[in-house]
Write a protein that binds this ligand. Sequence first.
Ligand code: KG4
Ligand code: ZN
Length: 337
Amino acid sequence: MSDQVILAIESSCDETAVAILKNGKQLLSNVVYSQIDTHKEFGGVIPEVASRIHVEKITLVIAQALKEANLTMQDITAIAVTQGPGLIGALHVGLQAAKTLAWYYELPLIGVHHIAGHIYANELVEPLSYPLLALVVSGGHTELVLLEEENQYQVIAQTGDDAIGEAYDKVARVLEAGYPGGPIIDKMAKSGKPHYQLAKVKPHTEDQFSFSGLKSSVIQAIAREQKQGLEIIKEDMAFAFQERALEQILNKTKDVIEQIAPKHVVIAGGVAANSRLRELIHELLANYPEIKLTIPPMKYCTDNAAMIAMAASINLKHGKISTLDIGAKSVLDLANF
Ligand code: KG4
Ligand code: ZN
């Protein structure tokens, strides 16, 4: 049988990324151009700026990925691309590049759901078992996704307001700690102590997470301290926020594990890079030795195209091929994709 070689493009937010995956197993290259240094100046991702940088970098990143894999376009057998969800202008750039390559080289085009990519990043680490529970925590998403079988997604809990990564970024901004907030709060909290009390979060319904109230609690706690003329101990505030945010994630994950008894639990998305979350999920799963746990390495947690290539190889296996008229989707239903 001839080789399957997928070239995948990811441009849904502020990373311009291209990867090449052979036979659904062998990652030949994984190039990520991060725009973080540009967006840092603005304290967050400016969608218009992100799109412009994708336009400038996309061709170079494709060329670099081919070079690192020691391949030419003639060796590629399929083109994969993130179709959504994400920033619409940013997605357009990747889609247009992918469609042009697919059309010119007469290759199948595979549209990929960004969250399916984050989940299947774990398949780059080890084979997945089903039923599988994925805890997806990123800048745009906070979801518990159940896969009864490969390629079948059921969202069983999601945020009713902000995503957890968004809350990390906002709290870092309030603390004037820098951008992106996740890794900064992660580091600060390590030297923080239990000092500030933040109210426990109560989501509206059983199947929801909530983070906007927690962010407001941080703002109120800072105002209270300042009113008393006290200086804020930023590390302690970062600690208090992180403990409350992760407590909610861990409690819900535990409840769902008890309900559905999955064979495998994986974590996915940018916030999966968080050291305290990694520690807590290890502790939680230690109570369930029969359940396999996969925590992807950092490079597969934040946005990358290797995960898109892996999810595309799963789509291909299930006959999911796109037509050349697919468009970018800022919102995209994972269960019906
Ligand atoms: O998955 P990702 O790269 O992009 C989206 O699809 O959203 O996630 C980015 C998010 C940002 O909010 C960033 O602050 C957060 O992941 N993040 C972290 C850490 N590293 C990145 N949050 C907490 N702790 C970290 N170590
Ligand atoms: Zn992402």
